[in-house]
Design a protein around this ligand. Structure first.
Ligand code: MLT
Ligand code: MN
Ligand code: ZN
Length: 289
């Protein structure tokens, strides 16, 4: 199994265009840019699936040689997209994929409903490409060497979908190929039993690193919204849980622009290292064989 981390930031990216917080200013000064979270995964190195479709997708695809069409063809190695939620930072990139000949989209029934009704993007791109909505089941074989399982980890609906009902709004995927496994959970409201089960025995877990602390937004922007009310378990609360799984490699992704850990020289990284965890890097390649 090969996994390419296409982007590691939360919605807005780093720096965020309208944010003058310390972290965004520093990033702008240093020329540091984190793009919005997205993953590419392959069982055989030839057929690839995207997990989430970020607003930065075009740039991310062009920066990834494995995802380029073979010269002289108009054939993409991208076989489809799996969505962990219907949030805009995970779905706006679907617009970029409209040039595809066909576009299988794997998601829960709730997410498909949002993309049909509240934010009818599949309707819109359906005029350009053959959208093939697939409702993800418990276990799904994607290609011969790659299977996906899901766990529902949250029920926070996107703000634009406030009227819709149903469950299964936020999921984690566990990918398995040749006996190795990786879990992708860029949004994780709590370390639940469902999450504990899906990461059991996994080799690698990429998980929600939106905020380092519960009150980070208060300090950075005067907002009164704690991390947990926004559906994001802060890194600091995840570290003791991570320490209980010494055989699994944990990397945080979906970092908000206020998160001090977005900067490689942050003193807070010492806490992370002590727990045996890492911050995922833009374009990082993980090879699980
Ligand atoms: C989230 O991760 O909570 C959402 O993407 C928030 C947003 O950017 O709307
Ligand atoms: Mn997000
Ligand atoms: Zn900022």
């Amino acid at each position: 199994m090969r996994v390419r981390v296409l982007g590691t930031a939360a919605g807005g990216g780093l720096p965020q265009w309208n944010c003058g917080c310390q972290s965004c200013c520093r990033a702008a000064e240093l020329g540091v840019q984190l793009s919005q979270d997205c993953l590419a995964i392959s069982g055989d190195g030839n057929s690839w699936y995207l997990v989430n479709a970020s607003p930065d997708l075009r740039t991310q695809l062009l920066a990834t040689p494995e995802l380029r069409p073979p010269p002289g063809t108009r054939r993409t190695p991208v076989e489809g997209v799996l969505l962990t939620s219907a949030e805009l930072d995970h779905t706006l990139g679907l617009l970029t994929l409209r040039e595809a000949a066909r576009l299988p989209i794997y998601a829960t029934a709730a997410v498909h409903q949002a993309l049909r009704q509240a934010f009818p993007i599949t309707e819109v791109i359906g005029s350009y490409t053959a959208v093939q909505p697939q409702t993800v089941s418990d276990r799904q074989v994607l290609t011969a060497g790659l299977a996906a399982e899901i766990a529902v980890v949250g029920d926070k609906r996107p703000r634009y979908a406030g009227e819709l009902r149903g469950t299964g709004w936020v999921v984690a995927y566990r990918f398995t190929g040749a006996g190795r496994s990786l879990v992708y959970a860029p949004c994780l409201p709590a370390w639940s039993d469902a999450f504990e089960q899906i990461i059991d025995g996994a080799d690698v877990v990429l998980l929600d690193g939106t905020f380092f602390t519960e009150d980070e937004l208060t300090h950075a922007s005067g907002s009164d919204r704690p991390a947990s009310s926004m559906g994001h378990l802060p890194i600091r609360a995840a570290l003791p849980e991570i320490a209980r799984h010494p055989r699994t490699r944990f990397l945080f992704t979906h970092l908000n622009n206020t998160n001090p850990l977005a900067h490689p020289d942050a003193p807070e990284l010492a806490d992370l290292r002590a727990a045996g965890a890492e911050i995922a890097a833009e374009r990082q390649l993980l090879v699980l064989e």
